[in-house]
Structure formats: C-alpha cells, structure tokens
Design a protein around this ligand. Structure first.
Ligand SMILES: Cc1ncc(COP(=O)(O)O)c(C=O)c1O
Length: 397
C-alpha cells in the first residue's frame, strides 16, 4: 500500500479535498508535510488557536495525537480559564456557586432548579442512579453503549446490567428494547448519540418510545454528546422531563465544553426523583470551586461552543475521508468520535501500532474486535491519524 501524505493545507483550505486529490494536485504536492504542533507554523489569529498553541505544554506531550477519550482539546474556553483562575483563590472555602449553575441550567432547559442534580462529571449522578435502581431490579441497556456507570453503580447490589442482543448495524433497536423489558427491569438506559458507535436515534421514535415505556419503567437518556448533533434541541428528551414523564436526561461539561478534567456533569429529572437519586451521593459536596466556575463561565459561551463544534466537524470529516480513502468504512457519526470498521483486522493490534506512531486511539470494546473508535482531536492530530493509517493497516494486514 502506498503511503498517502496529508498536509495541513489540503485540509484547512475550507473545502475538503479527498486525500487522493490532494496527492494528485501539483500545488498541494509541493506543500511541506505538516509539522505537528509547531507553534511557529500557526498563522491563525483567532483567540482559540493562539491559546491552544500557548497551552501546548499543558496538553498531551508534543507530537502525541490523543484521540482516545472524546475530549475537546480547544477547551477550556478563555472565559472558563479566567473564571477558574479566580476561583482557585477561593479554594479554602466549600463551593457555593452550585446554586447559580443549577439556576442557569434550569433556565436554559425551562425547568425549575430542583430538577437538576450536579455531580463530579455526569458519571457521579449516573452512578448514584444506577446504585439506587439496582437495589430493586436490573438495568436494561443495548449491547454496546457507555456502560461504565451502570456497571460500577450496580456493584454490591443484587441486580446488575442486562443487555440486548447484538444488532447487525450496531444501532439501538427500540422495538427489541421494549420486548426485553420484564417486571424486574428498573431502568432502561440509552446513550444518544451512542458511544462508541456515534449513531443517533430518530428523535421522533425515541420520544414515542420514552413516552410509552416510562409509564412502566424509568428511562435514562444519556445525552453527553447532544450539543454536537446537527439539531440538539430536536434530539433532546428534556421536554419529556418537563411534561412530567419518568425520564432522566444526563448531560456533561466534559465534551463540547472542554472541561473533562474539571469534572462537572448533571442529570435533569422530576424533583421527587432527583431527591431520591441525590440521597445516594454527596451532591454539591462532590464539587470543587474551579470546576463549577469553569462550567458557569462556559455554559452560555456561544462563540466558544460554535468554534468547538466547527472544529470537531472539520476533524471528523478528515477522519471519515481518510478511512474511506484507505478502503475502510465507518458509522455515520454526529459526535466527536468515529467508529471505524477495520474489516478483518484486529482493533487491539491496530491500537498498538497506532500508538507507535504517537496516535492514541481506543482499543477493543467487548467482543467488537474489528471496530476501532477514534476521537476528533485538533486538526493536526487527525491529520497525524490520517497519515499513519495506511502504514499501520499495511503492518497489521
Ligand atoms: C455517553 C457518556 N456519558 C457519560 C460520560 C461521562 O462523562 P463525565 O463523567 O466526564 O461527565 C461519558 C464519557 O466519556 C460518555 O461517553
């Protein structure tokens, strides 16, 4: 297999050129190959680009493309950084600004603050919820979804996680889900868009499903990646919470907000349910000054959110194009990651060889041994992925 070099210019031109076209173009073939994260090459004047260069030392080491945890490397936003710097000076005091953050989230979602439970990442309230429900019955989830908190939360309880059978296209089959509900099901858990597949369920179908099933059993919709979908408002199940259905929605500041390391996330549900779930965790005491200040500062920062979303889409298109050019297929993603079908190649061997190229991607999920998840990092990171791809595929073939 011939090595196909992708240059910064070929992808940053605005219109996405195919890798093949980039190689064929006499102009582009003269463009020097990308030098990874060399600050002197950065000619963009936007605040975010400047800042992302000046922060080089705080991210992954120079030359490492960290594409394994669905983070937003353009965060924290400038506003969040300022707010967090100020907040650490209040580090000797317990955090009191959680009330303000709750009010902001409530206002945006058109609910009252007692519908909101904030924790150290959405993992915290999700784990409290899993702990609560698995005292009485099992959690029903798809075969493949973000199952970390349902597994952790159900440990030491009588019931745990039951999964649907595999679906051939890796989508979540809601009809199947309905069939698998038993009197022992105490929670249905859906990740939408799903991780690691990146697939989004039709909002109309999901709404109908939630309305019907929540009359029998509590339904959790984990919307960690909702803001990245083309129409977040259409895809969210929050309106059902507002109408009083037994639906819980989870959201996080770890993804588009670029605050994964600051650990702030929340769930939205009926006040009486929030009260019950809250009793399984430490609530506000699990939070810290800087994280809450960063979340408040970035929650309504439309400039930063728009910038991040654009960059994520740009990076995703580069990944998708590289995958296609190398004869592979990926699932259609509306998130900051892409699930790539490696055909008959093993995803763990792929991960190891990619790591030797300083490209970090996820290893195997459960028994999906030929699927590899790659996150959208910075543009230079995904170009590094695209350039390493043919070499690695050749090695492990
Ligand atoms: C779907 C989904 N939900 C929740 C989380 C947990 O995120 P956090 O605890 O950082 O909010 C993740 C993390 O990757 C995720 O993918």
């Amino acid at each position: 297999m011939n090595e196909k070099k992708i240059t910064r210019r070929s992808f940053l031109k605005g219109t996405l050129l195919t890798v093949g076209a980039a190689i064929a173009s006499p102009v582009l073939s003269q463009v020097a190959p990308l030098t990874l994260r060399d600050p002197s090459q950065n000619t963009k004047s936007s605040e975010f680009m400047q800042r992302s260069v000046s922060r080089v030392n705080y991210g992954p080491s120079y030359g490492i493309a960290k594409l394994n945890a669905n983070e937003n490397p353009y965060g924290p936003s400038p506003e969040a950084l300022n707010a967090m710097n100020k907040a650490i000076q209040k580090g000797s005091y317990y955090v009191t600004a959680v009330t303000k953050l709750k009010e902001m989230i409530a206002e945006k979602n058109n609910v009252t603050p007692d519908h909101i439970l904030i924790g150290s990442g959405s993992s915290a309230p999700l784990q409290w919820l899993a702990t609560k429900v698995t005292r009485k019955g099992h959690i029903l989830g798809p075969d493949l979804f973000w199952d970390t908190t349902s597994i952790m939360g159900s440990k030491n309880n009588q019931f745990t996680l039951e999964r649907l059978p595999k679906s051939s296209d890796l989508s979540i089959n809601l009809d199947d889900m309905e069939k698998f509900v038993t009197p022992n099901t105490s929670l249905i858990q859906i990740t939408n868009p799903n991780n690691p597949t990146g697939l989004t369920i039709s909002p109309t179908k999901l709404k109908e499903f939630c309305k019907k099933l929540s009359k029998k059993v509590l339904v959790l919709v984990d919307e960690a990646y909702n803001e990245l979908t083309p129409q977040p408002e259409k895809n969210t199940m929050v309106p059902l919470v507002r109408k009083g259905f037994d639906v819980v929605v989870a959201r996080t500041f770890s993804k588009i907000y670029g605050l994964a390391g600051m650990r702030v996330g929340y769930i939205i549900a009926k006040p009486e349910l929030i009260e019950k779930i809250a009793s399984f965790g430490l609530g506000d005491y699990s939070l810290n000054q800087a994280g809450v200040a960063g979340a408040i500062a970035s929650y309504n920062d439309e400039v930063f959110l728009k910038f991040s979303k654009q960059k994520i889409i740009e990076a995703r298109e580069i990944i998708e194009e590289a995958v296609k050019v190398n004869g592979l297929q990926s699932l259609s993603s509306t998130t900051n990651f892409v699930f790539v079908n490696l055909g008959d190649l093993n995803a763990e061997s792929f991960r190891k060889e990619m790591a030797k190229e300083n490209v970090l991607v996820r290893g195997i999920y459960r028994d999906y041994s030929h699927w590899s998840r790659v996150s959208t990092g910075k543009i230079e990171d995904v170009i590094q992925y695209a350039n390493a791809l043919p070499r690695v595929l050749e090695k492990i073939a």
